[in-house]
Design a protein around this ligand. Sequence first.
Ligand SMILES: CC(C)(COP(=O)(O)OP(=O)(O)OC[C@H]1O[C@@H](n2cnc3c(N)ncnc32)[C@H](O)[C@@H]1OP(=O)(O)O)[C@@H](O)C(=O)NCCC(=O)NCCS
Length: 232
Amino acid sequence: MGSKTQNNTVMVKTSLPISPLPPNNTRIALTTDRLLLRSLAASDLEAMYVLRTQEEVMRWTSSGHIDMKIEETRDKLNNFLPPNDTKTFNCAICLKDTGEFIGMGGCHLFPAEHGWPEVGYMLRREYWGQGLASEFLNAWLKAWEGLPRSDMDIRVQKDMFTGNGNDNGNGEDVVREHLIAITEEANSGSQRVLLKAGFERFREFDEEDVSEPTGVVKLVAFRYFPGSKSRK
Ligand SMILES: CC(C)(COP(=O)(O)OP(=O)(O)OC[C@H]1O[C@@H](n2cnc3c(N)ncnc32)[C@H](O)[C@@H]1OP(=O)(O)O)[C@@H](O)C(=O)NCCC(=O)NCCS
């Protein structure tokens, strides 16, 4: 499948949100029953540090450990502030009633190493188990799906779109737009959030992880096709 292959990647035709993405100062805050979803701001640093120093939260993230210093948190936050805001689509997750910052989520990699945009989320431990991540993801997906799009050629890993390539007659693969989420095999809560939002599990793989006794972490890739579901 595919025309110009390079290592384990292939060029495909697809549609994606137009880059640069809308800057933070043009994004309209969203509300759900219980949440306020707004652009991240430099003033979120302290609250983000509280979130990123919770072991139970951070063990499931790509870094795998808490931030040791607030400078590490600042580096992370800077990925979502100008001038980097137009490369990502991440937001602060706050309680609607009080405005309290309880987490963050959205597209933190665009494109990720596999070539597609990737979504993720994290909430402070004391707010788990109330359906808040699902409430966030449902609203965020609607915003993501509402972004202006165009057709484009992108390079993606071959095993990140299995079963969706269709030759358009010119020797080019036309692939349905993907949004990817990657979880650890053991992260059942996050997987449930993804499945409830309409993602499908499609690939398992191992990654090197020096913090694991085996030296390997088992990961699961989920995908979502923007525009495939009607959302309230
Ligand atoms: C993942 C996370 C955001 C989920 O937040 P949340 O607000 O508790 O999620 P929700 O309440 O919307 O949904 C969780 C679902 O998983 C289920 N669940 C939770 N823990 C589970 C477990 N150990 N096994 C199976 N299901 C589980 C819940 O019952 C719920 O499903 P239900 O609505 O059908 O009952 C939160 O746990 C978190 O921040 N974790 C740390 C960071 C992280 O893992 N991020 C994702 C990285 S891919």
